[in-house]
Design a protein around this ligand. Sequence first.
Ligand code: PXG
Ligand code: PLP
Length: 444
Amino acid sequence: MNAAPQPSQSAALEHFWMPYTNNIAFKRSPKMIASAQGMYYTTVEGKKVLDGLATLWCVNAGHCRPKIVEAIRKQAGVLDYASSFSVGHPLPFEVARRIAELAPEDMDHVFFVNSGSEAVDTALKIALAYHRLKGSGTRTRLIGRERGYHGVNFGGISVGGVSANRKAYGVMLPGVDHLRHTHDPARSAFSRGQPAAGAEFADELENRIIPLHDASNIAAVIVEPVSGAGGVLIPPQGYLQRLRQICDKHGILLIFDEVITGYGRLGKPFASEYFGVTPDLITFAKGITSGTVPMAGVIVKRDIYDTFTQAAGSGVDFFHGYTYSGHPLASAAALATLDTYAEEGLLTRAQTLAADFENGVHSFKGLPHVIDCRNLGLIGAIEFAPRAGAPGARALEVFNQCWDRGVFVRPIGDNIAFCPPLIAEKKHLEEMFGVAMEVVRELK
Ligand code: PXG
Ligand code: PLP
């Protein structure tokens, strides 16, 4: 019997249009992962690669953790799918209860979705509908921030501030304005932890945005407590507190997008707790299932939930939801992930590693082309001066070279980001920074 003809590699890879990828370059020279365990991938060629970015800022518990794997397997055979539209099943109720326990006080109701992008658009809709229910229907404007990343749906790219994610589309939500970003290398390059200077960047809300639009027209401000995909920008000391004060004074809802910072990245369950600033809504994703099954959501204050439910009479209280909101497999994965975090102390583990991580990030200071090093908790970045005429080229080279030498990190513009799983040990940090250091030393 003749074997079926094997397509050439490029034909075999042709049909998947990969997201956020140069498809031609990938298909010419694929970086293909076969399996993963703990801190490491194994490629199809059998090479081990250290996961220095929790893959896409999400695998907080490390890869293929037994409890999570088993929970997903088991759940698939018990209840594969049930909707949460007016009928329910127990698991998402339990996940919500567990999240409410971890969340800041009074933030105790959870709306489930499947991705950070859906979480952001859901949070924006909650903010708009909430004001309308409160008799403040003129509050329709949404305020984001330059260099903010809030996913890729229309709401998220509108309040987001990464130009590459916006410029091809033209159409955006109307009525959106942006605060300036907080990156200030002239004053704050090479800050260890939060920059000392820059709390006053928050005053732009009070001094420019509110006078321009009037607070009576503004529904919400959305920011990442630490901006991730925009280049790992650490908030200046006092900045988030100032934003909270101004929003309170003017009746504006504050949304923290904790899709990356949630579930232990800074050594507390949520960045809100790390900074001691409680927003009105928190979006989360990624770490809730340690990346294993898509799940995300919005945590709201009790008052917001009560406002919707009390206004609804006998009808639906929020005309919103996704087919897979509260999916059984995702919920089972979330419960097992939260168990793993609790059993291993992972939601506070970043505290014990933060000093070594900080030293690792700042060990790049003084190397050729390095113009900044930034860190907080277990997230950090080094920034290169752009090569003349080729912005981003240096970081891309570092990314490719690190991969070839067995370490996965992420290029963002002229930055290289580090965001290891929370199970990392000192030896993993040494391996990650050591390989990156070799590569950066050779950088032209
Ligand atoms: N908000 C924030 C703060 C995020 O980091 C999203 C929303 C959207 O989540 P979903 O699940 O829809 O991807 C994110 C996701 C990158 C990169 O380039 C970052 C993210 C996603 C994809 C790529 O570093 N963050
Ligand atoms: N498009 C169509 C035609 C649908 O029927 C649905 C859901 O029923 C959707 C889009 C939305 O899909 P989801 O609920 O998975 O976001």
